[in-house]
Ligand binder design. Structure first.
Ligand code: MN
Length: 230
């Protein structure tokens, strides 16, 4: 049987050193650094919660390049969230935290771009966040670095600069729910598959960008993700 319309092109993220990692799903963790939870009006270690972005929200940015995204419609408060991203190479369900590292293929730097005004409206009304979180070009991402090269990444500075000024700063060691715990929780709810990406949450300092701004996100050992808003 042939397709009746052209099938969509599979989303993919380049791998540092060569190759392409195909994207299946994008899972995102909400409020996973204490100071960011506080700036969003929450405290303590609540159970993790998740939302998704479509795979084609990915905007892959090559090493050393400046990517670009369009300022999206319907918002006047377009926020940056710099995040540590984990790529799943081996799927599974009910994965225990202790077994999680063997499911990780690699890591990179990502931006969970958010229409904060729309997200806040939906929160107030108890409605789904999709319009605030899950739209085209909402997931810029840098080249994947294989875990075979980095080893298991458990700590390291994570920062975001906008036009050269520091906006967000944290350390992977400060994740409320570690990557391995996150994989345990996620895989209890969904069957993880090769190609899944997990955006693990953002440190404090989220804020707005406007057209013409350049964001520079960095994680120790994973390089820099540079993205312009046009
Ligand atoms: Mn986020």
């Amino acid at each position: 049987m042939s397709f009746v319309i052209d099938p969509p092109v599979a989303a993919a993220v380049p791998v540092a050193g060569g190759g392409l990692f195909p994207v299946h799903r994008i899972y995102c963790v909400g409020r996973n650094y204490a100071e960011h939870a506080q700036e969003m009006g929450h405290t303590g270690r609540e159970p993790p919660f998740f939302f998704m972005k479509p795979a084609d929200a990915v905007v892959a940015v090559a090493e050393g390049a400046t990517g670009s995204i369009d300022y999206p419609p319907l918002t006047a408060n377009f926020h940056h969230e710099i995040e540590f991203v984990v790529a799943i190479g081996r799927g599974g369900r009910d994965i225990k935290a202790a077994d999680a590292p063997s499911h990780i293929w690699g890591y990179t730097v990502g931006l969970d771009m958010t229409r904060r005004d729309l997200q806040n409206d939906m929160k107030k009304q108890g409605r789904p966040w999709d319009i605030g979180k899950s739209f085209e070009q909402s997931a810029p991402i840098g080249p994947l670095v294989p875990k075979a090269k980095t080893g298991e990444l458990l700590k390291g500075a994570i920062t975001l600069h906008v036009n050269g000024a520091l906006r967000q700063k944290g350390d992977l060691a400060d994740l409320i729910w570690s990557v391995n715990e996150t994989i345990e929780q996620l895989s209890a709810a969904w069957t993880l598959a090769p190609g899944d990406l997990i955006y693990t949450g953002t440190p404090a300092g989220v804020g707005a960008v406007v057209r013409g701004d350049v964001m520079e996100g960095a994680i120790a050992g994973l390089g820099t993700l540079r993205v312009a808003v046009k």
